[in-house]
Ligand binder design. Sequence first.
Ligand SMILES: Nc1ncnc2c1ncn2[C@@H]1O[C@H](COP(=O)(O)OP(=O)(O)O[C@H]2O[C@H](CO)[C@@H](O)[C@H](O)[C@H]2O)[C@@H](O)[C@H]1O
Length: 694
Amino acid sequence: MTSLQLTNAMSYKLSANISPKVCSFRPSSQLGFLHSGHWSRKSFRDGRLTVVRSDIAGNESEFDGLSDSSNSNSGVVDEEGGEKEVEEMEKQGVMLGIDRDGSGSVIALHLIPPSGEVATESYHDEVAEPKDEDEGIEEEKIQTRVTYNIVFVTAEAAPYSKTGGLGDVCGSLPVVLAGRGHRVMVVSPRYLTGNSADKNFAGAIDLDRRTTVHCFGGEQEVAFFHEYKKGVDWVFVDHPSYHRPGNPYGDIHGAFGDNQFRFTLLCHAACEAPLVLPLGGYTYGEKCLFIVNDWHASLVPVLLAAKFRPYGTYKDARSILVIHNLGHQGVEPASTYMNLGLPSEWYGALEWVFPTWARTHALDPGEAVNILKGAIVTADRILTVSKGYAWEITTVEGGHGLNELLSSRRIVLNGIVNGIDVLEWDPSSDEHIGFHYSADDLSGKAQCKIALQKELGLPIRPECPMIGFIGRLDYQKGIDLIRWGIPELMEDDVQFVMLGSGDPLYEDWMRAAETTYRDKFRGWVGFNIPISHRITAGCDILLMPSRYEPCGLNQLYAMRYGTVPVVHATGGLRDTVENFSPYAGDGSGEGTGWTFSPLTKESMLESTFLIRTKFHLTADVKNSYIDLQRSQVNMESIDEKRNAKRLHLGNSCHSIRASFRVDLYGSAIYSMIGKPEYGNTGMEKKPSKVLRIC
Ligand SMILES: Nc1ncnc2c1ncn2[C@@H]1O[C@H](COP(=O)(O)OP(=O)(O)O[C@H]2O[C@H](CO)[C@@H](O)[C@H](O)[C@H]2O)[C@@H](O)[C@H]1O
């Protein structure tokens, strides 16, 4: 039984026992249609209609239609009759052609929708659909039939290098894709900082392959180091410019001045790697899919188009630009262009002219190059890390100047919410926390809170609501709002812990606030992964007042650890945190956290206030939960019965299906790469509930 559903990107869902099925539209002089489980393709030849019939197995037979009198859709027709046929076919849906893989199996059907059909779903039969959300976390082993050579290019990949969410995603998603049977390589720099972090690269060996990159007016020799781990080829580009103290982008003095040079090297080297590195004995070759992450990797699709394809190389390669943060675009003076190793005629791809108001003086022509823009115009697909953010970046408010360009590429723009590494972030086995817990036994969470209070030197008060913040101290994260709100918040009976590094202004403020509010506030300046786990486990509430948030990972970690996220309703935060409503679920209340809007100090404080008053935190170690109590202020009109409602932390753990999200992301990319040049078959699913209130 074959059934079809049209996607908005002109592709069909096939729920039949053939595979794989990524279908797309392709103009053709041939027309076809589906009937009786067969696909028929028709073409006019010498004024006569020829019918080529294909069965599900892909076997084709050609006939003129007369011989198939049983078929009302076949027969010899003239051009006029052919028009009627075409009308008829359009009503039914039309197939334009079939793609096959090397073995002759059907891998794609090119279809015209039946008129009027508007369903929007896509499907890939190797991709397991989520079952019941309450099933818990079950890692399903999904193997693909068609495998690809996938090359991630990224400035960071955990655990080798990480300053934020980019590192997390590029450290975990490749492993998931490799688990599906794809051949996956991750190319990133080999950062040596002279401290203990260098041991992260200890397992990577020199492949003894050197390649010369022509850029910035000279020749640069880069080396490749390699480690095969968790099914992934981790390739590290080595060059002296990656060997210095600090993080991948800067040090205590600010951003490195030569970042453009360092990431130009990365991109050139990443394009060479699949061609020259015999990993496991043989190279990836030209037919691969590059997944380029953020501006640091954005020269890759431009290089494919400008440097390689004119010479016949990488003709079959495809690229997906993944935008983790549009706020950083790699903009440099126009004169930088000649340093990038690109042919001069490709300047237009990177050309960027600042609006008049953004120019430094009246004679400033505002000319610049924008590396991210180069990828936006040359990549085959553009992906952001949540559906909400995919829309936001096409608006003036969220587009950082690129909204019109991104809108013009809407047909290839999609948003898929990030996944998380559920092995690293698992409260029942987390190596960084002192007490483990799960949905079945939550006593560990209360112990984690006490341990955190001890570690931070705060008064040990299990009943005191504890609010946490983890993240880069950056304008994006709304730190200024926290800073303004702290004096008011500190008047209440709460404890607040912040972990972050970044803008020195906020680092200094955190230190000062710690002195002012000795018994209530702790500001941990620095980057510390174990502490981030302990804060996630020990706090009751995680605050994320991000100004914009492409996806956000900390709220996902928090929900996995039974910590209630209180977030600004923006981008991925709005997509992943379901605002609690006490009236939902027949009055029993439903939600996965708290979202607030607008982004003001008042609404942020109000939401933390609501959660602290509605959800009275109990100190019961054995039976850890947050009691939903009637708030003096807000809950007076609400049914008496609600006093008995409880937000069981256990439920939050039960309903978390974060592994599925990783899966989904992989699935979506997989279905996208099935046919990268046409249509959009990325799956879009609302993330499953992560915290349930009963
Ligand atoms: N001081 C510190 N010490 C220890 N760990 C720290 C830390 N500061 C941050 N982290 C960790 O870094 C990660 C931050 O991830 P986020 O997704 O929240 O933000 P980021 O803005 O970096 O990522 C960008 O990319 C990701 C991935 O796509 C998007 O989710 C996000 O919206 C986008 O801004 C988390 O794992 C967090 O625990």
